[in-house]
Design a protein around this ligand. Structure first.
Ligand SMILES: Cc1cc2nc3c(=O)[nH]c(=O)nc-3n(C[C@H](O)[C@H](O)[C@H](O)COP(=O)(O)OP(=O)(O)OC[C@H]3O[C@@H](n4cnc5c(N)ncnc54)[C@H](O)[C@@H]3O)c2cc1C
Length: 410
């Protein structure tokens, strides 16, 4: 029997971030994850990457893992260019406009995860990592929660945190209802070699079927000719794009992206992810809290899901730290309500914004195209509005937990 304060189910980037934030405050925790602990990084880039905001960078810097990620493999981007296909509307954001060195970084999810695991291994007296194990049973009592692993081992704690992803086992077992809709999009991800350098620009083109993003990656030679793409399109088109030959895919991609980076060549495999909006109507109940994709999933068109999950982790850690210092019950639902209100409000706003953006940029209706292109053009020329959008996207504004507050700069 392992006895701890916080039992975290799910050792993805969000669950591990919470564990590290707790470890830094000497709050005992156990992390359980079905995946193996060792996940070596290959020569080629991983297909799953995240555009990390400044708020996420601040969290990782304060937790002492950011430099490890930068040293391993990460690519800063200084500009962001968004345009509507076959139209005059476009908008460009630049870090210079707000006197920052970059707008964000593209980091492979595995790089984030491995940096967190390696730092957590230094906290083995506070946090126990149980990789390669699934949770079989959950029992929530009045004073504690009991978790049984697939090898029969019991773990007892004050609070159970579900960080077990979009199809959360905990959320389902605990009957925590979700609002759900299908975006009718599948996202194809792949690594692409481009003819022209990306110049540290994250670019997104809105096609009638959905957005196509090119996210700059680092490469050993410093040629800036590798990108990760997220191509959201109808399930039928996605199937065709997955099953066509590499040559056909390269042609389709080059044309879809208006040839802006010259000829595109896919490197290795392509993968598709069905996109669904999920929003848990309840994020806490006695002895249970949801964070990350277990609480919400949204369209990747603005690259926000991971950033949102990391803020959940930082906020919950802050709430639990205060409770721990005051010697209060970490699993008392009344003590978790402020966390729920704080994070739910932001997730709700972003889900609404993603839906509005997706609808606004869908279809090829000429009138709608004219309206949105005019809107983009207008926004591109109004500096204060642009600055506000950039700062919001970078996570520099809003009600941030302490770990995520902007870092002091020279
Ligand atoms: C195509 C695509 C592109 C994206 N791009 C971006 C982006 O640019 N920026 C951004 O911010 N976000 C992005 N996102 C979203 C981001 O990837 C997710 O929000 C993020 O990875 C969620 O992390 P998580 O730790 O909550 O969940 P996960 O990464 O899903 O981790 C859950 C963990 O729980 C474990 N687990 C599950 N069930 C059990 C169980 N019963 N027992 C034990 N362990 C269990 C799993 O093994 C897994 O390790 C993108 C998403 C997609 C689909």
């Amino acid at each position: 029997m392992i006895s701890t304060d916080v039992v975290i189910i799910g050792g993805g980037c969000v669950g591990l971030t919470l564990a590290l934030a707790l470890a830094e405050q000497n709050i005992p925790a156990v992390v359980i994850d079905a995946q193996p602990e060792e996940q070596p990084l290959g020569e080629a880039h991983e297909l799953r990457v995240s555009a990390l905001s400044s708020a996420s960078q601040a969290i990782f810097t304060r937790l002492g893992v950011w430099q490890d990620m930068i040293d391993t493999r990460a690519a800063p981007y200084e500009t962001m260019h968004v345009w509507d296909k076959d139209s005059f509307g476009s908008i460009t954001f630049s870090s210079e406009q707000i006197h920052y060195p970059q707008l964000g970084h593209i980091v492979e999810n595995k790089v984030i995860r491995n940096a967190l695991v390696s730092k957590l291994q230094q906290h083995s007296d506070t946090v126990t990592l149980l990789f390669g194990h699934k949770v079989e049973k959950l029992n929530v009592g009045e004073r504690e929660v009991l978790v049984s692993l697939d090898d029969g081992r019991p773990i007892i704690g004050q609070l159970l945190v579900a960080a077990d992803g979009a199809n959360s086992f905990v959320r389902q077992k605990m009957n925590m209802p979700i609002t759900f809709w299908d975006y009718q999009h599948h996202a194809i991800v792949a690594t692409i070699h481009t003819e022209l350098p990306h110049q540290q620009c994250a670019a997104q083109c809105f096609l009638p079927d959905g957005p196509l993003a090119f996210l700059p990656l680092s490469d050993k030679k410093g040629e800036q000719k590798l990108c990760s793409i997220v191509w959201s399109t109808s399930p039928k088109a996605a199937e065709q794009l997955l099953n066509c030959t590499q040559k056909q895919f390269n042609q389709a991609l080059t044309v879809a992206f208006d040839g802006r980076l010259g000829l595109c060549e896919v490197q290795g495999e392509r993968q598709a992810f069905p996109l669904k909006m999920r929003y848990a109507r309840q994020w806490v109940k006695p002895r249970v809290a949801l964070i990350g994709d277990a609480a919400h999933t949204l369209h990747p068109l603005a690259g926000l899901g991971m950033n949102l999950g990391l803020l959940d982790a930082a906020t919950l850690a802050q709430t639990l730290t205060q409770l721990h210092q005051n010697r209060e019950d970490l699993g008392d639902v009344a003590n978790l309500r402020s966390f729920e209100r704080w994070r739910k409000a932001e997730a709700q706003t972003l889900i609404g914004a993603m839906e509005a953006l997706k609808r606004m940029f869908s279809g090829a209706n000429p009138l709608l195209k004219f309206v949105r292109s005019s809107g983009l053009l207008l926004a591109d020329n109004v500096l204060p509005a642009k600055e506000q959008i950039i700062k919001q996207a970078m996570g520099l504004t809003g009600d941030l937990p302490e770990l995520a507050k902007p870092l002091l700069r020279d």
